[in-house]
Design a binder for this molecule. Structure first.
Ligand code: SF4
Length: 392
């Protein structure tokens, strides 16, 4: 039985040709860091993101020059584009005019109700979804009566902040609902994971079916930010919450896409490309496994097939410990051993280990495409001697 909770039922929205919500796969998004005012640079980055598997790209539209560039970006993008707009409703109108596939816009931040109405009417006509995105760092200050109300309930600081995020989102949602607009998705981002989890948990318990976009705001540099995002986004997904994700990292956004898929793959919610298994090494290792694993990791980023590849540091335990891998390498001093589902295929010289592993990865993929049945898993017998060489 899976410990990942059943997904919270949500309505389906169409962002261009990508479906969000319902039973559709959880969508991986990112945001371009290129200046939207430069359509060539922005399109170049959007293509890089799309090549990495990004399914929707958000672009910042901070001013009229950026909005004016959208007609040179949107029709040429390989994936749907969402315009990120704050305060200025004319920018949203220009983005809709340019055929934008989605807006990220908080209607409560637009001062005049008639301006909100104009944007929402046009978005409705064009069936363009709007994401309401509240971030704890930028929501309005909590009023004293709200703080008193929560204190009376004995709320913790996390609960207080989380509830304020939810109420802020509900305020924006009500504006859209009053205008009979329902193509809405919602995000409630925070840097503190307990606040983030509590906010989404509270929102998900409400009687609505708006799809939820998950993300940890300002998660940080690649290492710390990936861990923080994995904990925050991963926990919510395991609770059955979330229809689309964006990992925010202070680096090339292509890395965000990679981390996003790794989170989904870890929970077995999506399959994409290769998954690498690598041992941490121990006193038995006799080769530079860190470098070898990094080289294999780099190669696997070019592999689209869902295949598990193991890089292990010794022949004693490697094939057994990674017997679930489709293909693996147990690296030893001077020699390496290639194995398939724990069954040893051949030995190779240390200098040839990387190339031999790549060749076997390609062979597994070709076998699959040709319908060659891989019965290695059935033939593997863990209780018998592990190192049974079948061909040298
Ligand atoms: S595979 Fe070998 S080197 Fe790697 S952790 Fe296990 S015992 Fe140590």
């Amino acid at each position: 039985m899976s410990l990942v909770a059943p997904r919270r039922p949500t309505r389906v929205l169409h962002v261009g040709n990508v479906k969000i919500g319902g039973d559709n796969p959880i969508v991986v998004q990112s945001m371009a860091t290129a200046d939207t005012r430069d359509p060539v640079a922005t399109l170049r980055q959007i293509r890089e993101l799309a090549d990495a598997g990004c399914e929707i790209v958000r672009v910042a539209v901070p001013d009229r020059v950026a909005a004016a560039a959208l007609p040179d970006i949107v029709p040429f993008s390989p994936v749907p584009i969402i315009a990120d707009i704050h305060f200025e409703h004319t920018l949203a109108l220009k983005a809709l005019d340019a055929g934008i596939h989605g807006l990220r816009l908080n209607p409560g931040n637009i001062r005049k109700p008639e301006d909100v109405r104009e944007v929402v009417t046009m978005a409705k006509e064009r069936q363009t979804p709007i994401r309401i995105g509240v971030n704890f760092g930028s929501v309005a200050p909590m009023p004293a009566d709200f703080v008193d109300e929560m204190a009376a309930q004995g709320a913790t600081q996390e609960q207080l902040r989380a509830e304020w995020l939810v109420r802020s989102a509900l305020g924006h949602i009500k504006i859209l609902e009053d205008l009979d607009f329902g193509l809405t998705k919602v995000s409630l981002k925070a840097f503190e994971i307990p606040v983030l989890l509590e906010a989404y948990r509270r929102f998900a318990a409400l009687p609505n079916d708006y799809p939820l976009h998950l993300g940890v705001t300002e998660a940080g540099t690649p290492k710390a930010g990936s861990v923080r995002s994995a904990v925050g986004i991963g926990t919510l997904l395991a609770m059955g919450i979330g229809d689309t994700i964006r990992v925010s990292l202070t680096t090339d956004p292509v890395e965000e896409v990679f981390v996003g898929y790794e989170i989904l793959k870890s929970l077995e919610l999506r399959q994409k490309g290769a998954t690498m298994i690598a041992c941490p090494t121990c006193g038995r290792v006799e080769v530079d496994l860190f470098t070898l694993a990094a080289q294999v990791d780099e190669y696997l980023r070019t592999v689209d097939e869902p295949i598990r590849v193991a890089v292990m540091g010794c022949e004693v335990n490697g094939p057994g410990e990674a017997r679930d891998a489709d293909i693996g390498l147990a690296a030893g001093r001077g020699k390496g051993m290639i194995f398939r589902k724990g069954k040893i295929l051949r030995r190779v010289d240390e200098a040839e280990m990387l190339d031999a592993l790549k060749a076997e990865i390609n062979q597994v993929i070709e076998d699959r495409r040709n319908g060659v049945v891989d019965d290695s898993a059935e033939r593997y017998q863990p209780k018998k001697p592990t190192l049974q060489l079948v061909s040298v």
